[in-house]
Design a protein around this ligand. Structure first.
Ligand SMILES: [Zn+2]
Ligand SMILES: [Zn+2]
Length: 559
């Protein structure tokens, strides 16, 4: 069996960056390096690697945010021969991470094209797909094909977003649907939370800022250098609450450098943005209202004398703007920003806002169900949010879920044949109307369009039964009507035939012994289920018999 595992140097919990070592057969691939301190990678202690040997054969960076990229420069300096790759746009944005480093830093990250597999080593390829979230952000598909046996693949989402934002198009699920990766490593930043529609989020922020300004106060927005700040600028320049308004929007520090970097990337931005930029400057404009201006350090003390909006980066001393006149400012922080990131004295008025850059819970599960891997590894986010996701029944019924902390190896046993979990049943919403003694149930067209509907509606008669609190409806066929009066016990009601591990012939010693099953060699619960279910010979097997290992088990036990 091909060796497959994932060792998180950084699982992206809370403020910690993301840095994952994936092993596929003989190869070691490092996904992202968002560590502020890379000593775990250089001293080799974590995976008993000799310190002079590079910690990986190749490094791939998903996108330019510092929680994924800040350790790359130190890693490159420690191992100059270690190849590092990213999408072309990411290679352009990455240098924003080393603005405070002295001297000229040559480009050391190599660009990879979109959607074309590149073979780094014999049998090892990587392919990048646009992931939404930030210009250049990539989902990375790693495939290892040994000389003998089937190939294995791992899809790492990086940070991803299915919806379109103003400056970056969302990840296109249809591009990934046929990939059938064995393993998906996915971010879970927002846990199982559900978000309002993006337009609604935008209106809420715009209205809040607009109200603050009309109270003659100013708004201060501490931000990361790229991504959210530029999205907000586009929003402010086009939202009806602001267009034509006599207002200064000041952009400070690295957020301004981030804007310049976006300008240099214009040909890579969505067509709508390129079109907008044909008629006016994308960011810098002090003629059109509201005016967007780059803030020079000497202007800092003057800002806020009349109500304005300031975008600045987390890392500069943003309190300088408001420490003398806190009553004249509202500080707006993005939701889900780790509290420890900014220590804020109580004299300041602070609120949070939501302009999502990552998927909410519903989109995350939708993503997983579309790919249907055997293993899902959750990284990136509050550990509580990640365990919320790992606790979702619709997920842990189908996939092996892992949410490792940094330093904990995740083994990824995969059988020689890939048995893809079944797609989940869709739930439809209908309507119930009671009129006197008649109850009418209205169902959506999607149900009646399903080929199975024909057998349900065959005779126009249904059978209804209570199952606990649920009412189960079933169509009656012509044949059943003819034998209606004879005694019958429909098999669909017979719980002794329920497909679960306890009734599977491969369930012994509380483990699954079916090499075709994704649960192979795992401890499973008697009521578990997998698509490789095979009914035991006798339905009357007793518990003790079921737990007795047999000759067959011994033969099949993995080495
Ligand atoms: Zn990010
Ligand atoms: Zn991130």
């Amino acid at each position: 069996m091909t060796q497959l595992d994932c060792f998180p140097y950084g699982a992206g919990h809370g403020e910690e960056g993301v840095c994952l070592l994936v092993r596929m057969g003989p190869y070691r691939i490092l996904l992202d390096c968002g560590l502020s301190d890379i000593s775990a990678l250089t001293d080799g202690s974590a995976v008993s690697n000799p310190p002079d040997r590079a910690p990986a054969d190749v490094v791939l960076c998903s996108h330019a945010h510092s929680d994924h990229a800040q350790g790359l420069l130190s890693l490159h300096r420690a191992f100059p021969q270690l190849p590092i790759y990213a999408s072309e746009v990411t290679t352009e944005l990455l240098p924003l991470n080393w603005l405070d480093q002295p001297g000229l830093i040559p480009q050391f990250v190599h660009a990879l094209p979109w959607r074309s597999p590149v073979e780094f080593q014999d049998g090892l390829t990587a392919e990048l797909f646009p992931a939404g979230h930030l210009p250049g952000a990539a989902a990375i598909l790693l495939t290892y094909t040994p000389h003998q046996g089937r190939s294995h693949s791992i899809l790492y989402t990086g940070d991803f977003f299915l919806s379109n934002s103003r400056l970056v198009e969302g990840l296109r699920l249809e591009e990934l649907r046929g990939l059938r990766p064995d393993v998906v490593i996915i971010e879970g930043s927002y846990g199982t939370a559900r978000f309002p529609h993006r337009r609604q989020q935008e209106n809420q922020i715009a209205e809040r800022m607009s109200r603050v300004l009309s109270e003659r106060r100013s708004v201060l927005l501490p931000l990361p250098m790229v991504g959210l700040g530029q999205e907000l600028l586009m929003l402010l320049r086009s939202h009806h609450s602001f267009t034509g308004r006599d207002l200064d929007i000041w952009v400070d520090g690295r957020v301004a450098s981030g804007c310049d970097a976006y300008l240099a990337l214009l040909p890579h931005l969505p067509a709508s943005v390129q079109n907008f930029a044909k008629h006016q400057s994308l960011f810098w404009d002090d003629r059109v209202r509201p005016r967007v201006r780059r803030l020079h350090p000497e202007q800092r003390p003057l800002v806020g004398e009349s109500p304005c909006i300031v975008l600045t980066d987390f890392s500069t001393d943003w309190q300088e703007f408001c420490e003398d006149t806190p009553e004249r400012w509202l500080i707006l922080l993005p939701q889900h920003l780790e509290e420890g990131l900014i220590d804020i004295p109580p004299k300041y008025a602070i609120e949070t806002y939501l302009l999502a850059q990552h998927c909410d819970g519903a989109s995350t599960t939708q993503f997983i169900h579309n790919l249907r891997p055997q293993h899902v590894i959750f990284v990136h986010g509050d550990p509580n949010y990640l365990s919320d996701l790992a606790g979702l029944e619709e997920l842990h019924n189908r996939y092996h879920l892992h949410s490792p902390a940094s330093g904990n190896l995740v083994e990824l046993p995969i059988g020689e044949t890939f048995l893809q979990p079944a797609p989940p049943e869709t739930t439809y919403e209908g309507e119930l109307a009671e009129l006197g003694t008649v109850v009418t149930i209205t169902l959506p067209e999607a149900i009646t369009n399903d080929p199975r509907w024909r057998s349900i509606s065959d005779t126009g008669l249904i059978e209804a039964r209570w199952q606990g609190q649920d009412l189960v409806l079933r169509g009656l066929s012509q044949r059943e009507l003819m034998t209606q009066n004879t005694e019958r016990s429909p098999s669909w009601m017979d719980s002794s035939e329920k497909a679960c591990c306890f009734r599977c012939r491969h369930f012994r010693g509380q483990r699954c012994w079916n090499p075709r099953s994704p649960l192979f060699n795992f401890k499973v619960t008697p009521d578990g289920y997998c698509p490789a279910f095979e009914a035991a010979q006798s339905a009357n097997t007793t518990w003790s018999e079921a737990n007795e290992p047999t000759r067959e088990d011994v033969d099949q036990a993995p080495g």
